[in-house]
Design a protein around this ligand. Structure first.
Ligand code: ADP
Ligand code: MG
Length: 238
């Protein structure tokens, strides 16, 4: 079970309160999408779940367990960023394997996981190549592959496609939906892109100024936006 719960979480950086008091339930195996204006606290929220930031107040639970003070590597999560730094001198296979090398997983098991990730991401024919020989979409898939091999319970994505051109974004959107289907884990996904939100999400969380403005299925939000703000974000005619 890998539901995520935030209970009355607050986060301040010095005198700047970014998240005043936020509670959120992300169901196990859901594809939950966070949207909201730049600076509203989306990345901060992901970083709190990942353990890259500690809340000023409140509790973070993953799979029912209080992980508020647990270090990131012990939380069973994996994060994919917008800017994915691949190692240029390493092959695709080694790039995917890299994060596993320090985990104590056996060589055989590592090779099996890399092969499985390559299959899921259609990178089988590119494993011996260097990142510079890949397209942007293939590179982003390598970055996702690094997460997959760690078998996380929860994937966190922070605008992973925003550096790609429109055609690639569309293709990767389809692939992300298939990925969610095939590996059956919980995904929390931040995006600026309304189409991504509407097509990928089981539930959309609309954030504004560190608060949840509305939460619901894409159809809920489209049909019954709680405010003009939400309507504007979802693109419904309110
Ligand atoms: P979003 O991802 O929605 O664009 P962020 O979570 O990155 O927003 O940022 C929310 C607010 O928190 C912004 O005002 C940002 O400047 C501030 N912030 C984020 N991280 C830090 C930090 N480490 N120190 C100080 N302020 C920060
Ligand atoms: Mg951000």
């Amino acid at each position: 079970m890998a539901e995520v719960r935030l209970e009355n979480v607050a986060k301040a950086f010095g005198s700047l309160t970014v998240i005043p008091d936020l509670s959120l339930h992300v169901p196990d195996k859901s594809f939950t999408v966070l949207v909201g204006p730049s600076g509203c606290g989306k990345s901060t929220l992901l970083r709190l779940i990942a353990g890259l930031e500690r809340p000023t107040r409140g509790t973070v639970r993953i799979g029912g367990e209080d992980v508020t003070t647990k270090e990131p590597s012990k939380r069973g999560i994996s994060m994919v960023f917008q800017s994915y730094a691949l190692y240029p001198h390493m092959s695709v296979a080694r790039n995917i394997d890299f994060g596993l090398r320090i985990t104590g997983v056996s060589k055989e098991e590592r090779e099996a996981r890399v092969a499985e990730a390559a299959r899921i991401l259609a990178l089988e024919d590119h494993l011996d190549r260097k990142p510079s020989e890949l397209s942007g979409g293939q590179r982003q898939r390598v970055a996702i592959g690094r997460s997959i091999v760690r078998n996380p319970k929860v994937f966190l994505f922070d605008e992973p496609l925003s550096n790609l051109d429109a055609a690639l974004r569309t293709q990767m959107r389809v692939e992300l939906a298939e990925l969610h289907h095939s590996i059956d884990s919980t995904m929390i996904y931040v995006t600026h892109d309304q189409v991504e939100a509407m097509t990928l999400a089981d539930q959309i969380v609309v954030m504004n100024k560190g608060r949840v403005e509305q939460i619901g299925s894409p159809m809920d939000l489209y049909d019954r936006p709680a405010s003009v703000f939400v309507a504007g974000f979802i693109g419904s005619p309110k």
